[in-house]
Design a protein around this ligand. Structure first.
Ligand code: ADP
Ligand code: MG
Length: 254
């Protein structure tokens, strides 16, 4: 689908976003995000860090249009997602949004190559199959293209999920702990791919608890109790560590 004219600098605009979930135990709802406002420019890589339970994944889902917000608004490409019809939102996500889930979410009955090529095929993009093979090679899995997810390690499945997003041509890439299951060297490889992906018309928003990974971003947002506690421009691993400590988290083991 084509995107209407919008301020092309800002692929994502979140304005005073709040999010709460109904509690199973009591009549009170659980507030997970409070008054979060942020913008993501095209070509930018933004990292979100913060203690476990601070709302990082929820924020990512809201920004990607996967979870409705309770208050405020999320605009993608200048369009308020809560005002879109289901089908329109589904198409917008299919054509322009890629998501690397913490749990990979690969389709068990499809091979690595078929999984990586699926978004492109669903969007009827020409060259989807070739793009998938290329992305699998880029994440170091060119030889495993015919493997089913069940025959791959957690780290390999995570790399297939990343290949899937890279092959999709999505201009908004979201990744929840994309290096969580990877060893240092492979994590570094994947991070470089995401770093390179954030250019031109494409942006990357990544949740991570890896300080080195966060420091590769253009900007780091520190979340605490559902609030943006700090924003770091030109982050370094030291400045991210200081900010995360200040947000009340123990320093993660190196
Ligand atoms: P993080 O990714 O920073 O660890 P999450 O966004 O996963 O944090 O969760 C933040 C809080 O929201 C947690 O207290 C979690 O229990 C709660 N939460 C997340 N998703 C749901 C849900 N679907 N229903 C109820 N509570 C939820
Ligand atoms: Mg999470």
């Amino acid at each position: 689908m084509t995107i209407a004219t919008y301020d092309a600098r800002h692929l994502i605009e979140a304005e005073h976003v709040s999010k709460s979930f109904d509690s199973a135990k009591s009549s009170e709802s659980v507030i997970v995000l409070r008054d979060v406002s942020l913008r993501v420019q095209s070509g930018e890589m933004v990292a979100i860090v913060g203690p476990s339970g601070s709302g990082k994944s929820t924020l990512l889902y809201c920004l990607a249009g996967l979870e409705p917000v309770t208050g405020g608004a999320v605009k993608l490409f200048g369009r308020d997602v809560s005002g879109l019809r289901r089908n329109t939102l589904a198409k917008l996500r299919r054509d322009h949004v890629g998501f690397v889930f913490q749990s990979y979410n690969l389709i068990p009955s499809l091979t690595a190559a078929e999984n990586a090529g699926l978004p492109g095929r669903l969007a009827r993009r020409r060259g989807a199959v070739a793009a998938a093979q290329e992305s699998l090679r880029a994440v170091g899995l060119g030889e495993r293209d015919r493997f089913l997810p069940g025959k791959l390690s957690g780290g390999q499945q995570q790399r297939v999920a990343i290949a899937r997003v890279l092959a999709s041509g999505a201009s908004l890439v979201f990744a929840d702990e994309p290096t969580g299951a990877l060893d240092t060297r492979t994590g570094e490889q994947v991070l470089s791919l995401l770093r390179d992906a954030a250019a031109g018309e494409r942006s990357v928003v990544m949740v991570t608890h890896d300080l080195e990974a966060a420091a590769r971003a253009d900007r780091v947002l520190v979340l605490r109790d559902g609030v943006i506690h700090a924003e770091l421009l030109s982050p370094t691993s030291d400045s991210v560590l200081d900010a995360v400590r200040a947000a009340g988290e123990e320093a993660p083991a190196a």
